[in-house]
Write a protein that binds this ligand. Sequence first.
Ligand SMILES: Cc1ncc(COP(=O)(O)O)c(C=O)c1O
Length: 402
Amino acid sequence: MATQTFDLSNIYSKDSVDTELRVPVHAKYDFATAQPDPDSIPFKGLTDALSTMLEKQGGDLAFYPDTRGIPELRELIAAKLERDDGFKVSPDNIAVVNGSAEANFVVIKALVDPGDTVIMEHYVYSGTLAQFRKAGANVVGTPIDDDSIIPEELEALIVKLTAEGKKPKLLYTIPEFQNPTGNTLPTERRKQIIDICRRHHMVIIEDECYTDLRYEGETQESFRSLDDSGMVVYVGSFSKILAPGLRLGYFVSDPETMRRALSFRMTGTNHFTSLAVYEFLNREMYKHIDYINVINRPKRDAMVAALGENFGGTGTTWSTPKGSLYLWVTFPEHVNATELMPIAFKAGVGFNSGASFAPNGDGDHCARLCYGYESVEKNRDGVALLAEIMEREGSFKVSPGG
Ligand SMILES: Cc1ncc(COP(=O)(O)O)c(C=O)c1O
């Protein structure tokens, strides 16, 4: 038995970072993560679907799987994209991977070198922001309003960055129910953005993992349906309509981008889970999507109503998305939601402050509150508790309701 601890410090690779391990934690009222209601996960449907598929073709589990995922699931996705997102794609140009996080990761690896400039919405999903930063990208946020990216501002930013010698390579965007604001980019703006990106020779990564979660209004035309030249990479996920624990997402790109992106995958896609998800979705995808939208809508309404009741008169504003699992809150400028986060967590309310979604820094006075995971009652009570905590911490110059 060795007596001294082995010193690995000269051995670690230059790229490795001693990172804190992320262990999921849940506050009593968990508004921190865009995750579904655990009661909505179709356990019986998934296990029935799995048994059927195992009986039919379970022997295939003996093989190391296809890096693009099982053909049945890719065919189902192709049909869904044609029906819901308005574009036709061969299943050969769809890759099913371990969640849209992995899809984004391999696409970023295929497109971005350290030092490259990339543009995304300011504010934007913290996970992809972290992935771009990890890839060494110079990440720049483009201004958004209630209709998301403002095309004129985007073009002015591209021109400015190019003049500074930092010509951006790509735009990463979440067009439907942008995470974290919940805003949707109208088709007209998408057309303008395609024109801008084409003129400036930029790729668009369109991350559409929330597009099915709509309970009001119309789905806008996807970037990929507006451009099939290869400029648009489309990313989708089963995490938001089923469950993140299944780890299945996908991307659609031109064949060479796909081959380059998949070169960063050292393993195939989980065949066992794919069988269950394929057969379940084949049987009842739209019934299930309708069901989750029916249960999420009153949750959104409860959170919005509770914000009105408990934050009215404090100078706080919030978005009311027409779908998704979250909304965006802007507190008065003097509030520091980043400092409040651990205090609120200890007192029972989990949320993420705006700073984690900010490519350009700032965001301390904002927060994303996710309503999909908790019940209607807990959405109502948790928001009331948050107001109580903030009042106690002296966050408001005017008391709620005052
Ligand atoms: C915009 C966006 N993209 C990607 C992901 C990653 O999701 P998953 O890897 O579970 O598909 C998330 C998760 O919240 C997200 O909000």
